[in-house]
Design a protein around this ligand. Structure first.
Ligand code: ADP
Length: 421
């Protein structure tokens, strides 16, 4: 749970960080666009000044219009002014376009005392944010007017213009950030749903195997009793049932053991419970088995409560697995001892047999997945090498430890230590 929250926090921090960095880049971009704009306008202004300093078609037309001189040709002053405004507008637009500046503008030409000589068709209201570039003209026009002539270029909403230039960067980065958020949320949702499914499946497997084990165990005991009391001609049939019941039991165990291999979430519960009655019932059942199969089983459980945090069902299975091994890996003479006692804040469980024992170099490996001792006739005993791996995982999931002490041909002792609450 804590891990899940940590991931969410890291994700949120990363997205906020990314957005902040994008915003900083955006600001830098805006500033750069401003600098670039000023630079381009500066160059344009220089060219405009140069072009307008000479007498040419445009300056002549403008000069005539603003000086309101008598006309040599038959045109009214108004239409002459209209035409020169139009040409001036066109000239300025071309100049700006040549520098790659594609923005709405207005202009006016005024004299020293702000006398307005000429005004573009488009007029920006002064209240709006206006950027003004006054160009003091030289040469032909001021000479003609015998006064200062200023051409004022005006731009409006330059920030909006800069933004439109940055759109190629800001819009994709917003889209990408949104895409990341959407994908992560989608993955998170899928993961969450899957996890729920896994937990439900694990609970189902645990319940199912639990429900199957009890009847299978009872059938096993009943068949054993029947076998002893039956007539000779019935014996083969009954022993067939017993063999098949044993197989079924081991298959059920495998389902459980396989669960731990994949370390599925929710496989092992975490509940507070007293392990003492669980151990007593395991021993009572195993005693029955010992009586039926004519082997020795002694148990000694300290009379105290063994409160632990974990999953009673899996601990029961793990211990049964060790008891099964103790009987499986003993030759004809089966003699098993079960001990459970408190040692400080620990519960110690010991399962000893006087069986075939395990060589020193195998002792470390027997807890590995799929490991089986291959020499001798051990393989006459069925198994997949998963039992001890399962036991070890379960013990570790309960924050405990397991060790083995063994001598070949003398027997083995498996010692489990579990922390008590
Ligand atoms: P399986 O019993 O299915 O082979 P386990 O993981 O339970 O798998 O055991 C691994 C191996 O450890 C076994 O093949 C066996 O050789 C050895 N072993 C386990 N328990 C004992 C025991 N009590 N005495 C001797 N050998 C054992």
């Amino acid at each position: 749970m804590a891990k899940k929250h940590l991931y969410i926090i890291v994700f949120i921090v990363a997205i906020i960080g990314l957005s902040f960095i994008q915003y900083q880049y955006f600001q830098i971009g805006l500033n750069l666009a401003g600098v670039q704009f000023n630079q381009k306008i500066g160059e344009t202004v220089k060219e405009i000044k140069e072009d307008l300093s000479q007498r040419n078609e445009l300056t002549y037309l403008v000069g005539t219009a603003i000086s309101k001189e008598d006309l040599n040709f038959k045109l009214s002053l108004d239409s002459l002014q209209d035409a020169s405004t139009y040409f001036m507008d066109d000239f300025l637009r071309q100049k700006l376009l040549q520098k790659g500046v594609k923005i709405d503008f207005s202009f006016n030409i005024h004299g020293r005392d702000s006398t307005l000589y000429m005004q573009s068709k488009k007029v920006f209201l002064d209240s709006e944010k206006l950027l003004k570039y006054p160009i003091v003209l030289e040469g032909y026009l001021p000479d003609l007017m015998k006064s200062r002539v200023v051409l004022e270029l005006q731009f409006q909403n330059v920030n909006r213009y800069f933004l439109s230039q940055l759109n190629g960067l800001t819009i994709p980065s917003i889209i990408f950030i949104v895409m990341i958020i959407v994908v992560i949320l989608w993955v998170y949702r899928a993961f969450y749903l899957q996890n729920n499914l896994i937990t439900t499946t694990n609970e189902f497997i645990n319940n199912l195997t639990h429900e199957l084990k009890t009847p299978v165990f009872s059938i096993g005991v009943a068949t054993k009793i029947l076998e002893e009391k039956s007539h000779e001609d019935q014996k083969p049939l009954i022993s067939l049932i017993r063999v098949q019941v044993d197989k079924l039991k081991s298959q059920i165990d495998k389902v459980l053991e396989l669960g731990i291999i994949e370390e599925k979430k929710g496989f092992v519960k975490r509940e507070e419970f007293d392990l003492n009655p669980v151990l007593s019932s395991i021993c009572a059942n195993f005693k029955q088995q010992a009586a039926l199969n004519n082997f020795i089983f002694k148990s000694q459980i300290e009379e105290a409560s063994f409160m632990i945090l974990g999953d009673a069902y899996h601990i029961e299975n793990a211990i049964n697995s060790l008891l099964d091994n103790a009987s499986k890996y003993s030759d004809d003479h089966i003699d098993i001892v079960f001990l459970a006692f408190k040692d400080g804040k620990q519960l110690v469980i010991e399962i000893s047999d006087k069986g075939i024992g395990i060589e020193a170099h195998d002792q470390k490996k027997i807890f590995d997945k799929y490991y089986r001792i291959s020499d001798g006739d051990v393989h006459t005993v069925k198994g997949y090498g998963l039992g001890l791996h399962y036991v070890k995982r379960i013990v570790h999931l309960h924050k405990g430890s397991i060790e083995v002490r063994s001598k070949q041909n003398e027997g083995s002792t498996f010692i489990i230590k579990l922390p008590l609450l």
